[in-house]
Design a protein around this ligand. Structure first.
Ligand code: SF4
Length: 498
C-alpha cells in the first residue's frame, strides 16, 4: 500500500482534456489527496497527454520526462536529507500517464513511464472508461477496496435515440478559475483524413441533460461564473454517430435542448458553446442561443480548415465552401444585434497535401468574406496513422507552408486593418458585459476579462475577480481593447475566487 498525500496534474491539449483533468482532480480529492502547490513535491504526478499533432505528442513526451526528473530529484533530496539514517528509503513516488498520446503511442509511453500500470489509454478491452481505470489504479496503489461499478444502461435522448452515456463529474473543490469546461460529449467517427482522433476516441457518448444540469449547478455553486460546453464533436451531442448522413434525425436539436436547460441555472452568468463542426449549426440551435441571451453569448468557433472544395473533399469534411458561407450568413443574421456582429473564430490548415495556389486563394477569399475575429492557423504536418500522411508525394515544401501560414497570420494580425483589430474596432463606443478575470499584468490599476463577444478587455476598476460589469469600449489598439467601467451588471455574491 502506498502513502500518497499530494498530487499534481499536468494537462496538455484541448478543452476536452481540461474537462477530463477536472474529473481526475475530483477522483483524487475524494481519496483524500491534496493538490501540490507550485514548486512543491508531489507523491503522484498525472500527465494528461495530447497527440493531435506531432508537436503535441513531443510536448507530451517532454512533460512526462520532466515529471520523472522531478520525482527522481525529490527522491534524491529525501535520501540526502536522511543520509544519517541507514533505515531510510525514499518511497518511490508515482506517475500516471493518461490521454491521447498514451493511446496512439502506448508502447512508448510504457517504456518512458517504466511500468504498464502507470499508463492509461482511452480504449480498453472491457469497454470501461479512462476515468474508471484511473480510479481503479489509484485504489490499487492506495490499498483501497474497489467500489462495485455497474455498467450504465444506454440513455434515451430527447429524440428517443439510444446514446451511450457520459458519466457526470462531481466537482470537488472550490473554483479557482472563473471559467469551467464541462464535457457533454466524447468521441468522433467522422474520419477527417488529417485527424487521428477517431482512432483514439471512436466511441460516441453524450451526457444526459439531467446529469449536465446537475454538474453545471455544482460548478456554479462552487463559484464558477462561466461554463463552456465542450466535447470532441459537440454537434453530435445526443447522436450515435458524427456522420451526419447516417444520423437518424440530423441536427443540433438535442444540443439546443441542453443549452436551454443549462442556461436557466440560477447564478450562471455566462454559457459558451465551444468548437462546433460547421454542418451542425441549425436554426433551432441559433434560436436557443438568442432565447437564452445574454447568458448564452454570441460567440462560435467554426473550423473552416480550407476554403477550397477540392481540398475539403480530400479532407473528408462534411461540407463544401458554399455551405460554409451560407452557414456564416445564417449565424450573422441570427446573432447580430443592433449592428453588433457575433464573434466567429475558426481553424485553418494550410498546406494540406496537394493544396495549390488557387486552393489557398480560395481559403483567403472565405476568410475575408467571413470577417473572423480570430484565426487558429496550423501548418499541415502528417500525423502517422491518418490517410493524408500516406499521400507523401503530394506533401508541400516547408517554405510554402511557412509562407502560407504567414499570409494568413498577417491577415489576422495586421496592426491597422487586420481581422482582429477590425472586429474589435466595431465594438468601439458600445457597452459590453465583461467578467473580470485577473489584474492586468502591465498595470495593476486595470483588470482584464473577456466580454460576451470574446475580446479581452482591459478596464481600470477596483471591482473584484468574478464580477460581471458593463464596460464602454473606449479605445482599440493593435494589441489591446480598453474600456471604462459603467456599473456591475448584477449584484451576486462573489465566491471562493481569491
Ligand atoms: S470532426 Fe474531423 S477533425 Fe474533428 S475530431 Fe472528428 S475527424 Fe477529427
Amino acid at each position: 500500500m502506498a502513502t500518497m498525500s499530494k498530487y499534481r496534474i499536468t494537462t496538455l491539449g484541448c478543452r476536452v482534456n481540461h474537462a477530463e483533468a477536472r474529473e481526475f482532480h475530483s477522483l483524487l480529492t475524494k481519496r483524500g489527496l491534496i493538490q501540490a502547490a507550485k514548486g512543491e513535491s508531489a507523491d503522484l504526478e498525472v500527465i494528461h497527454t495530447c497527440s493531435v499533432t506531432n508537436t503535441a505528442a513531443a510536448k507530451s513526451r517532454n512533460a512526462l520526462r520532466r515529471a520523472l526528473r522531478r520525482q527522481a530529484k525529490d527522491c534524491q533530496n529525501s535520501q540526502d536529507h536522511h543520509a544519517t539514517s541507514p533505515t531510510h528509503h525514499c518511497v518511490q513516488p508515482s506517475i500516471l500517464v493518461t490521454g491521447c498520446f498514451t493511446t496512439t503511442n502506448t508502447e512508448e509511453a510504457i517504456r518512458l513511464a517504466g511500468d504498464p500500470n502507470r499508463v492509461i489509454t482511452h480504449d480498453s478491452q472491457d469497454g470501461s472508461t479512462m476515468a474508471l481505470r484511473f480510479a481503479r489504479q489509484l485504489d490499487d496503489w492506495l490499498g483501497r477496496q474497489r467500489p462495485q461499478t455497474s455498467i450504465r444502461k444506454p440513455i434515451t435522448s430527447s429524440s428517443h435515440r439510444r446514446v451511450l452515456p457520459l458519466k457526470v463529474v462531481e466537482p470537488s473543490s472550490p473554483a479557482s478559475h472563473i471559467r469551467a469546461e464541462l464535457k457533454i460529449q466524447d468521441g468522433c467517427n467522422a474520419h477527417c483524413t488529417f485527424c487521428i482522433i477517431p482512432k483514439i476516441r471512436s466511441t460516441l457518448r453524450s451526457k444526459t441533460i439531467a446529469d449536465t444540469v446537475l454538474e453545471a449547478t455544482k460548478l456554479v455553486d462552487l463559484g464558477h461564473k462561466e461554463i463552456v460546453l465542450t466535447g470532441i464533436f459537440i454537434g453530435a451531442y445526443g447522436h450515435e454517430t458524427a456522420i451526419r448522413k447516417k444520423q437518424a434525425n440530423p441536427g443540433a436539436e438535442p444540443l439546443a435542448d441542453l443549452v436551454d436547460a443549462v442556461a436557466s441555472i440560477k447564478g450562471l452568468q455566462r454559457l459558451r458553446i465551444s468548437s462546433m463542426e460547421p454542418g451542425d449549426i441549425s436554426q433551432i440551435l441559433l434560436d436557443a442561443m438568442i432565447a437564452n441571451a445574454p447568458v448564452v453569448v454570441p460567440h462560435l468557433h467554426l473550423p473552416l480548415q480550407s476554403g477550397s472544395d477540392a481540398i475539403l473533399r480530400k479532407m473528408n469534411r462534411q461540407y463544401c465552401r458554399d455551405q460554409y458561407i451560407q452557414m456564416i450568413d445564417q449565424v450573422n443574421e441570427a446573432l447580430t444585434i443592433e449592428k453588433l456582429r457575433p464573434a466567429i473564430s475558426t481553424d485553418i490548415i494550410c498546406g494540406f497535401p496537394g493544396e495549390t495556389e488557387a486552393d489557398f486563394q480560395a481559403t483567403l477569399d472565405v476568410v475575408n468574406y467571413a470577417k473572423f475575429m480570430h484565426l487558429h492557423v496550423f501548418r499541415y504536418s502528417p500525423r502517422s496513422g491518418t490517410a493524408a500522411a500516406r499521400w507523401s508525394d503530394q506533401h508541400l515544401r516547408p517554405e510554402i507552408l511557412k509562407q502560407r501560414a504567414r499570409t494568413l497570420m498577417d491577415l489576422e494580425e495586421h496592426p491597422t486593418h487586420g481581422l482582429s483589430i477590425n472586429y474589435r474596432r466595431h465594438l468601439l463606443n458600445r457597452t459590453m458585459r465583461v467578467i473580470l478575470e485577473q489584474p492586468d499584468k502591465q498595470d495593476p490599476q486595470f483588470m482584464t476579462g473577456r466580454c460576451d463577444h470574446y475580446a479581452l478587455v482591459h478596464v481600470p476598476t477596483s471591482q473584484r475577480r468574478g464580477t460581471l460589469i458593463d464596460v464602454e469600449i473606449t479605445e482599440v489598439t493593435s494589441s489591446r481593447t480598453l474600456g471604462k467601467a459603467i456599473k456591475p451588471c448584477v449584484d451576486l455574491p462573489i465566491l471562493n475566487l481569491n
